[in-house]
Design a protein around this ligand. Structure first.
Ligand code: FAD
Length: 384
């Protein structure tokens, strides 16, 4: 079925994103993958090309492109070229940190952070998860204690993407002095820059997406000016909840893009590979498998496209975004597995995009909320 979703501006933007991929990422990606890190030059080049902070208003150095289809174009290009770790790194900066600053940040915070985030001079991370609290953020123990015009932040975070390479993190911390499981009003959000007392732990050795760094963060009485509080004290969890739709939509979009890219690569592969005197695609089993996969890819695209349009209109609620993430991330997990099988032994070799996509996509049902948490959110909405 023809996908009638993008317009001329998106197509032009796709050319820019594709050219950027070919010029700035493709020749270097293998090195980044080996080093478990991408250099700052990737960010500044992306900034120069106008690929960062698309939604930032012009007053703050951005282009005010709030149509999410432009972000989708980028995800599709990263998936097509198999630069999935770049997609992850940008997701944290653009889909997670940025929306919170745009929605709740003071003018001072916006002036200080948005222009360098758009140019790539400052790279950010989002630090919700802790060793003892992931799905249940009310278990966050990192605390922020007010002292005069500052807060002192202490605690530990884990699994933080861009944690080593980034300059600052949007940190969820407890501000009401409570212990045990906090209340809805126990937490606040802070922009925390690398400073005395802020250290990063070892690089976590992930099974995929290796070109993006992921680390533990440690805060030992890090002094943060009160002006770095995002929005109001005690509203951190409310803000995180309100911004869930974008984060979950983003993962759904990436999942759908990876599913499409892997399907296309598998069709090409099975047409080139021969066994028993036939192309692999000519076996009935292969054609049936590919028929199922193409159907799933297109159903997923249609559904995620609708979610994107709803988001553009400000109408994507948390349950619908969770459904999109649940559906698309579970689909891509299964699709990459079946596509890998159709590659035979080569599917297991990392040089082949399907192997990398298989490892990368395994994250998509876990981070940004697990599939079980998606089902909880959707189930609660049904039972209301
Ligand atoms: C590579 C990677 C990158 C990440 N990047 C970031 C990042 O940049 N910033 C950040 O803050 N976090 C990040 N995360 C953390 C990620 O969001 C969490 O791992 C995820 O939310 C799950 O939390 P957890 O690992 O503590 O699992 P847990 O919460 O311990 O869950 C363990 C299992 O229990 C299930 N479970 C939990 N609660 C329920 C329930 N109520 N009902 C049913 N089942 C339940 C879960 O679904 C899961 O299967 C990243 C994680 C990874 C692996």
């Amino acid at each position: 079925m023809e996908r009638n979703f993008f317009e001329e501006d998106h197509d032009l933007f796709r050319e820019v994103a594709r050219e950027f991929n070919n010029r700035e990422i493709a020749p270097k990606y293998a090195d980044w993958d080996r080093n478990h890190m991408m250099p700052r030059s990737m960010w500044t080049a992306a900034g120069e090309q106008g690929l960062l902070g698309l939604a930032v208003p012009e007053d703050f150095g951005g282009m005010g492109m709030t149509d999410y289809r432009f972000r989708a174009v980028m995800d599709e290009e990263f998936a097509r070229s198999n630069h999935l770790a770049v997609g992850l790194a940008l997701h944290l900066h653009d889909d997670m940190v940025l929306p919170h600053l745009l929605a709740y940040g003071s003018d001072e915070l916006k002036e200080r952070w948005l222009p360098p985030m758009v140019s790539g001079e400052k790279v950010t991370s989002v630090a919700w998860t802790e060793p003892g609290a992931g799905s249940d953020l009310r278990g966050v123990r990192t605390k922020a204690v007010r002292e005069g015009d500052d807060y002192l932040i202490s605690g530990q975070k884990t699994f933080i993407g861009n944690g080593i390479s980034g300059d600052a993190s949007l940190v969820l911390a407890r501000t009401d002095g409570s212990t045990g499981r906090g209340s809805a009003k126990s937490f606040s959000l802070f922009m925390v820059e690398k400073a005395e007392g802020y250290s990063t732990g070892k690089q976590l050795d992930k099974m995929g997406l290796k070109a993006s760094d992921t680390a533990e963060l440690f805060f030992d009485n890090v002094r943060v000016p009160a002006s770095n509080l995002v929005g109001e004290e005690g509203n951190g969890l409310r803000y995180v909840t309100e911004q869930l739709p974008q984060g979950r939509l983003a993962i759904a979009v990436a999942s759908s893009a990876v599913a499409r890219a892997v399907f296309d690569a598998t069709v090409t592969y099975t047409k080139e590979r021969n066994a028993f005197g036939e192309r692999v695609v000519d076996f009935q089993n292969s054609r049936f498998a590919l028929a199922d996969i193409r159907t799933e890819v297109e159903v997923t695209e249609s559904y995620v496209d609708q979610a994107m349009l709803a988001f553009n209109e400000g109408k994507l609620d948390a349950a619908s975004a969770s459904q999109a993430k649940l559906w698309a991330s579970e689909r891509v997990k299964s699709i990459t597995d079946r596509c890998l099988q159709l590659h035979g032994g080569y599917g297991y070799i990392l040089e082949y995009p399907v192997a990398q996509a298989y490892l990368a996509s395994r994250l998509l049902t876990i981070f940004g909320g697990t599939s079980e948490i998606m089902r909880e959110t959707i189930g609660r909405d049904i039972a209301r």
